[in-house]
Design a protein around this ligand. Structure first.
Ligand code: AMP
Length: 249
């Protein structure tokens, strides 16, 4: 069974984003970019399934600028077998990404497509669900456990107030939640080895997909600044203050 893992190049999760002065978006000039953290979890899960013998090949796919090659090399260094970059300088919305991934799936016929539950830049949480709808295949979103059982896969999902386990027939779409696994660091020899693994470059036009935007960003603003706190001398003073604010009885 082949596993397809879509990985997105996003602003690194340690970076504090700065909004552009004209409010049109986030300033990405000279900002560290990395693989979306949920996608690292997806790559790790795919590699673990291959190591367990449940999968035979792991293919990483990214849609984005030429530099997304670095993100794909990271996936290859972690253990993916080959990569596909669908290169574009345009911003691609979740529906465009899902349409492209559906075309890739037509060619690759993977048994599982494991995506992140959300990209930390747009926080859309849409691509996996849209892809499942476009392909007409079952989905297990927010996965905290994945077990392949023949031509079915059992996915434990993190839902409000507990866990839900669903059984899907493959080909199926899974999106990863934070507790699914802890992604490995690529070792230096594997980083070197990844440089010679196959990476194909395509364009959205190669797949005949129209990626023109359907959404318009009206404005992007910084969150309101938090006002400074005050120090209190002891618990009694704290309680008095809370009472005066109507917070404590
Ligand atoms: P989103 O729906 O934008 O929050 O993204 C959910 C997941 O879809 C991500 O965690 C990735 O696995 C995948 N994805 C979204 N955008 C891209 C992209 N440009 N290239 C590859 N995968 C993507």
């Amino acid at each position: 069974m082949k596993i397809l893992v879509p990985v997105k190049r996003v602003i690194d999760y340690n970076v504090k984003p700065r909004v552009k002065a004209d409010g049109t978006g986030v300033d990405l000039a000279n900002v560290k970019m990395s693989m979306n953290p949920f996608d690292e979890i997806a790559v790790e899960e795919a590699i673990r399934l291959k190591e367990k013998g449940a999968a035979t090949e792991v293919v990483a796919v990214s849609i984005g600028v030429a530099k997304a090659q670095e993100t794909l090399r990271t996936a290859l260094a972690m253990g993916a077998d080959r990569a596909i970059l669908i290169q574009t300088d345009d911003e691609v919305e979740p529906l465009g990404v899902a349409k492209l991934l559906a075309k890739v799936q037509e060619e690759e016929a993977a048994g599982l497509i494991i995506l992140g539950k959300q990209a930390i830049d747009d926080d859309s949480n849409q691509t996996g669900q849209m892809l499942a709808a476009l392909l007409g295949r079952p989905q297990g979103t927010f996965a905290s456990k994945v077990e392949v059982e023949g031509d079915a896969v059992s996915v434990t999902r993190e839902v409000d107030g507990g866990l839900e386990t669903v059984k899907l027939t493959t080909p199926a779409i899974i999106t990863t939640d934070l507790r699914l696994n802890e992604p490995r660091y690529a070792s230096l020899p594997n980083i070197m080895k990844a440089k010679s693994k196959p990476l194909a470059t395509k364009t959205p036009a190669d797949y005949g997909v129209d990626i023109s935007p359907r959404l318009e960003t009206l404005s992007v603003a910084e969150p309101a600044k938090r006002s400074a706190g005050i120090k209190v001398a002891d618990v009694d003073e704290l309680v008095t203050k809370l009472k005066s604010m109507g917070v404590a009885a």
